[in-house]
Design a protein around this ligand. Sequence first.
Ligand code: DOR
Ligand code: ZN
Ligand code: ZN
Length: 398
Amino acid sequence: MSLLIKNGKVYQNGILVKKNIFIENEKIRKITSLDLKADKVINAKGKIVLPGLIDCHVHMREPGMTHKEDFFTGSMAAAAGGVTTFLDMPNNLPPTVTVQALEEKRKLAKKSIVNYGFHFGSTINNIQEIKNAKNIASVKIYMDYTTGDLKIDDFDVLKRIFSSAKIASVHAENENVLNAINLIKEAKNGIYICHISSKEELHYARKSKIKNVYVETTPHHLFLTAEALNEMGAFAEMKPHLKTKKDKEALWEGIYNNKIDTIATDHAPHLKEEKMEINYPYGVPGLETMLPLLLNAINDKKLTLKKLVGLCCENPARIFKIKNKGFIKEGFDADLAIIDMELEKEVENDRLMTKCRWSPFDGWRLKGWPIASIVNGNAVFEHGKAHNIRAREVSYNV
Ligand code: DOR
Ligand code: ZN
Ligand code: ZN
């Protein structure tokens, strides 16, 4: 099977070039001015072709909570949002903290229509499992309470886990960000700090001069503040919580100053009914809205395309050493997002592909949308529809 994406403006080395992309056997074969013959042609005239987004932080809920999401529905949401690869979190039922649980999850993820990788969970006594786990993006450490039961308080245990992982992803809030950095200092390994949400957390994350500290923030912390709680209540509740306008501005500042490395969704779907209970769960879905929110910010001159590609494609690939992804390059995997910067429409709950079918951004009018997603050379999202073509697990450069 070959595919030619014609007449688009292709993002390459920081600029847009008018080129055709010839894809064969799942790879980008040629980026060319020639009009090569292919089995299928997509005319991308007037559109921009980006590397497919890599979302480093999603909760697909499988196994154990498939009433909220599963790998098929979640991956359709990803495809609709220009996300061609995601890294799944381990707070499932059962949690992904043993090699056996990881292998089970690998089987379940086969129904994903975008590419995927896995973060492996940590407990007070699973160091051996961590060492035996193959082909994982990182070891996830929970230092604060959230969905699941994986919080670890004991600093000695944490220190041991940090030194067992080449790269640890951590859910740490407030001063725990500083604690996490201090723990990794001795371990000298990499640390990926998930969902930085405030000025204070960003300051803690960037205070030390040690290398290998990577910082993630989320669309909800960039576009919403705690004021949203007045209107949306539990539907705007996640961990870490939404903060003030000043915090939100500090995060944007962090993007301009390169203090933030990635934007990831923390896609954490829960059903509407669950959100309406007294003991509602934390988390919001985000796979379908991240790219349109960011493209709209580009149209508003708040962001550049170069930043977006750095934050959502190139840096995720670099930080987690994901093989052959994140860039539009000959020989790389044919994972692409085709976007229309002029298309303007509303986010609508009823049109979402996530199983939970709601978004904190419902009703937001956004300009700039993905119109097609190519995964391993297949158009898995096109003309508003997702197609059931199975994708694969990523590998990492070691
Ligand atoms: O709000 C959140 N929801 N934060 C997390 O850290 C976990 C997530 C979930 O799994 O629901
Ligand atoms: Zn978290
Ligand atoms: Zn999360």
